[in-house]
Write a protein that binds this ligand. Sequence first.
Ligand code: FE
Ligand code: FE
Length: 165
Amino acid sequence: MTMAKAQNLEMLFHETLKDILYAEKQILKALPKMARSASSNELKQAFFAHRDETETHVERLQQIFEMIDKPARGKTCDAILGIVEEGKEVMEEFAASPALDAGLTASAQAVEHYEIARYGTLKTWAGQLGLKDAAKLLDQTLQEEIKTDKLLTQLAEQSVNAKAA
Ligand code: FE
Ligand code: FE
């Protein structure tokens, strides 16, 4: 995210919305690949289910752009590109390893944590800007990201990590 032109909270909010829209679209592309590459069925299912939720995340963002009268356009987010790239490296380097799923789970959690950071901030800013409906939509997505992160922690603790060890 480039901050140079973001002079006030309203602009910062708009810039960060563009950042997370771009990120969600990258995630939409990455999740099916991660699902196909996972060996555990539970992990596959978790990735596919969250892919569907991610479509809703994009739709909510589009609604928020409408609320603030701006086109729903994303802006390159280097952070998510880096996180997704690291995930690809795990898929390649651990393709034949029993540690693959543990690596994939860790990569997915890095993605969720990025989203949780962004949505937490955006929700707070929306509240400060008096955008109540936007704050509500951002909170719905935030809760789904948190839930996904917790599910991944559970999967890691229950099975994925044990297989890797
Ligand atoms: Fe999301
Ligand atoms: Fe997510």
